[in-house]
Ligand binder design. Structure first.
Ligand code: AMP
Length: 403
């Protein structure tokens, strides 16, 4: 008998990421990505795990000027070479970036849900239309399969007003929806669950500060399992220093730049694509590269890491305000899981607040393993927990389609 599978799709403006989840095995059996869609350098790569009678297969092909529809066809064709999708596929889970105030949890997609996602598009003009395109393409291909939307913002809908409102005229909130929504919710939720499991506590009694540090980065205060504050705002630009995003900046800089000939589009591009680690170092947005450069005396790389860690420590300290019963500070994401240097430098700013890192444990845990990395005398636990957003999307999809 064929095992039931779920297709997990993350459709971006010029990319389509996918993964196939085997619900019986409880694991992913294939994944892949089509990137630079619409351009000359469009490329498709995939990896199907070995299955009874099939060897592991990898593909990497250039698909110049292919669009999302062509990429999806290629994705399904490549999956079908190993897995009989017609027989096995029971549902599709989509990552959707912005659910505004309309969605506080994942949901099975129907016409109303699509309309609401469309309504949220002005809040995420690059992402939501691409997410909707993915939904439309899959609906055309598999009209009878249930599809589920899992929102980056939904987990943060439990934040109280004091955390999500900006101190600006009320009508900007009521008429235009200007407020903090927060992102990375699927990752923060997964980490909250995994941390509770690791501490052998119920999730509803586990409180943590989760630092998701990847190319995008955000901190989330999680009290008794629920998000009560986060560093990203109305858009994923606010908060921490990121790969190419500035994070927090005095809003007064915007009119200043505008008065100096920078158009709004140029400012937007500068803050989203040319700032952060890249802007500070003038070299790279990649923490691994910067760490090596800094070790070799590159001043810009060192400064970029210094600002990254200091801003992060400030945010962690600020999140402590919301959580009197903190169990752990948790590092996750590509940088959080892998950079012993960033964890050490960030923790050094926080030692007097009760976060005492065990430098040996920190190094031992440097290679994407998990565990506790504080000293026995530390007031708070410090942990590394590997995130797994795709698994969370698969779990939500399975729960919703089986209920
Ligand atoms: P993500 O967006 O979660 O894939 O994370 C990407 C970031 O993680 C990039 O800045 C990488 O340089 C960083 N990263 C991955 N592995 C390491 C490592 N071993 N040391 C430092 N940074 C790393």
């Amino acid at each position: 008998m064929t095992n039931a599978t779920l297709l997990i799709v993350n459709c971006g403006s010029s990319s389509l990421k996918f993964a196939l989840f085997d619900t019986t095995k409880g694991e992913f059996v294939a994944d892949g990505i089509a990137q630079a869609l619409g351009s000359k350098s469009a490329n498709f790569s995939s990896n199907n795990a070995a299955l009874d009678g099939h060897a592991e297969t990898k593909q990497n092909v250039d698909i110049p000027h292919a669009d999302h529809a062509q990429a999806l066809s290629l994705c399904l064709k490549s999956l079908n070479e190993t897995f009989d999708l017609e027989q096995s596929l029971v549902g599709v889970g989509h990552r959707v970036v912005h659910g505004g105030e309309s969605f506080n949890s994942s949901i099975v997609i129907n016409a109303n849900v699509r309309k609401e996602i469309e309504k949220c598009s002005p809040l995420a003009p690059l992402h939501n239309p691409a997410n909707l395109l993915g939904i439309t393409l899959l609906e055309k291909r598999y009209p009878h399969l249930p599809q589920v939307a899992v929102f980056d913002t939904a987990y943060h809908q439990t934040m109280p007003q004091q955390a999500y409102r900006y101190a600006i005229p009320e009508k900007l909130y009521t008429e235009l929806g200007v407020r903090r929504y927060g992102f990375h919710g699927t990752s923060h939720r997964y980490v909250a669950m995994a941390t509770a499991n690791s501490l052998a506590k119920p999730q509803t009694e586990t409180s943590l500060i989760c630092a998701h540090l990847g190319n995008g980065a955000s901190v989330c205060a999680i009290a008794n399992g629920e998000s009560i504050d986060t560093s990203m705002g109305m858009t994923p630009l606010e908060g921490l220093v990121m790969g190419t995003r500035s994070g927090d900046i005095d809003p007064g800089v915007l009119p200043y730049l505008n008065n100096h000939g920078y158009s709004i589009d140029r400012i937007d591009k500068t803050l989203n694509k040319e700032s952060g680690l890249l802007g500070l170092s003038n070299e790279s947005n990649d923490m691994r590269t910067l760490t090596k450069l800094a070790e070799n005396g590159h001043e810009g790389a060192r400064l970029a890491i210094d600002v990254f860690c200091f801003r992060l420590a400030k945010y962690i300290a600020a999140m402590l305000v919301s959580i009197p019963n903190l169990d752990a500070l948790v590092f996750t994401g590509g940088i959080g899981e892998n950079s012993a240097h960033v964890r050490r430098q960030t923790s050094s700013h926080l030692k007097h607040l009760g976060f005492d890192l065990d430098t040996n444990a920190n190094l031992e845990n440097g290679d994407a393993t998990q565990g506790v990395i504080n000293t026995p005398s530390s007031r708070y636990k410090i942990m590394i927990i590997a995130t797994d957003e795709e698994r969370m999307i698969a779990q939500d999809t399975l729960n919703l389609i089986t209920n």
